[in-house]
Design a protein around this ligand. Structure first.
Ligand SMILES: Cc1cc2nc3c(=O)[nH]c(=O)nc-3n(C[C@H](O)[C@H](O)[C@H](O)COP(=O)(O)OP(=O)(O)OC[C@H]3O[C@@H](n4cnc5c(N)ncnc54)[C@H](O)[C@@H]3O)c2cc1C
Length: 375
């Protein structure tokens, strides 16, 4: 379903994983959405570049096994099969996730390449305009008016905020309800040379708790290194994350930072004829900082909710009932776990005890991962 009467049915702002997944699923359901993206691909996104098992299974949902095989064949994709958690005492616990059949259950892939690859695999019904920066969205009698640089104003019956942490659509959902923005944790990342790791390393130690320092392997003798932790911890400890990263890793040259909007509570995610997905909706795991899986999931679930309602009713429908509440129901157990672990990780003694226990009894690692929802 494309444009009639000069009004687009669905316009998605942002072509990160959330926007791409939403457009992809809408195309599968018979729509022809427009994506507006301020950058041109390939473009970077500051990230740890880790793609979890959840990402793999959602990619499979969108494009079948061929899509994951296609990813595995890309020269930028490192097939990951283990996470190693380290405590302050240097003890570690390994959580393995071997390939199922010959399908890897995790990857590390630089976002510059991975996002461009994903966008290039979109079904042809999706119309993507790149190099257009949306400046504002306004609800008018003709529907949503979207204005920006590099584009004429366009109108949409439904607008999706997939535009990350600085979403232009989020104020229509939160500010209009008198809610503040969700907490955004600072994080930094750099690329360095190195190739000796066979797993993703997460160092849970001071002064980063309840966050961590990470070292993730990439194809081509490179590593992604970074640090992320709550804003209050950074302020209280007077940390400069850029300096800390240089201290951890003397090879670091260029450090880049970006905020992580974490999910510490359930919030409304919709307004009249609009909804938020991915980082715009603050769906990132506060314990691990992992957000790509929930970005894909929320994009898919919003598309499915839209397809259940006739477009003429899109402005007056209760989207909280059709999208937000079912999404949180699906994510609730996982988010409750991650919030609990995040709270516990404030205490070095608890982190050391947990990692120490799993180090001593490694066979508990798999049940622990299942309990956490990661397997
Ligand atoms: C340092 C760091 C490390 C991380 N590590 C991991 C990790 O290893 N694994 C993981 O799963 N998650 C990780 N995350 C979280 C992950 O990066 C995000 O959760 C994920 O990118 C969210 O996807 P998204 O599509 O919602 O938003 P984004 O990926 O931010 O995409 C938003 C898109 O919208 C576009 N856009 C923004 N504003 C406009 C505008 N006004 N007009 C038009 N287009 C616009 C942007 O250019 C961008 O393409 C990390 C985050 C950080 C900051």
């Amino acid at each position: 379903m494309g444009m009639a009467d000069g009004i687009e049915p669905v316009v998605i702002i942002g072509a990160g994983p959330a926007g791409i997944a939403c457009a992809w699923r809408l195309a599968q359901l018979g729509f022809s959405p427009v994506i507006l993206e301020k950058e041109s691909f390939p473009r970077d996104k500051v990230c740890g570049d880790a793609l979890s098992g959840k990402v793999v299974s959602l990619l499979q949902k969108l494009g079948g096994e061929e899509l994951v095989r296609d990813l595995a064949d890309q020269p930028f994709a490192y097939a990951a099969c283990a996470l190693d958690f380290f405590d302050e005492k240097g003890r570690s616990v390994r959580l393995s996730f071997p390939p199922k059949g010959n399908i890897p259950q995790g990857f590390v892939a630089p976002r510059k390449e991975w996002d461009a690859w994903l966008a290039s695999r979109l079904p042809p019904q999706v119309r993507m305009w790149t190099g257009v920066r949306v400046r504002g969205v306004e609800l008018t009698k003709r529907g949503w008016e979207i204005v920006g640089e590099g584009m004429p104003p366009i109108y949409a019956r439904f607008v999706v905020g997939a535009d990350g942490v600085t979403s232009r659509v989020a104020p229509w959902v939160w500010r209009f309800r008198g809610l503040s923005r969700p907490p955004v944790y600072p994080a930094v990342r750099a690329y360095v040379a190195g190739n000796s790791l066979d797993g993703l390393h997460l160092y849970f130690r001071q002064p980063y708790l309840p966050g961590y320092f990470w070292v993730f392997p990439l194809r081509g003798d490179k590593l992604n290194v970074g640090i992320g932790l709550p804003d209050w911890a950074v302020r209280k400890r007077g940390l400069s994350l850029r300096q800390q990263l240089r201290r951890e890793c003397s090879e670091v040259v260029e450090v880049q930072g970006h905020g992580i909007p974490v999910s510490l509570s359930e919030r409304p995610l919709t307004g009249p004829g609009c909804a938020l997905v991915g980082d715009a909706a603050a769906l990132t795991d506060p314990f691990t900082g992992e957000g790509i899986g929930n970005a894909l999931l929320s994009g898919i679930r919003l598309a499915e909710a839209l397809a259940r309602v006739s477009p003429k009713d899109w402005v007056q429908v209760d989207w909280e009932r059709l999208y937000t509440r079912p999404l949180y129901r699906e994510l609730r157990r996982e988010l409750q776990m991650t919030r609990l672990l995040h709270r516990l990780a404030r205490f070095p003694g608890v982190v050391n005890a947990m990692i120490g226990f799993l180090h001593r009894y490694p066979s508990w690692a798999v049940p622990f991962l299942r309990w956490y929802g990661a397997l």
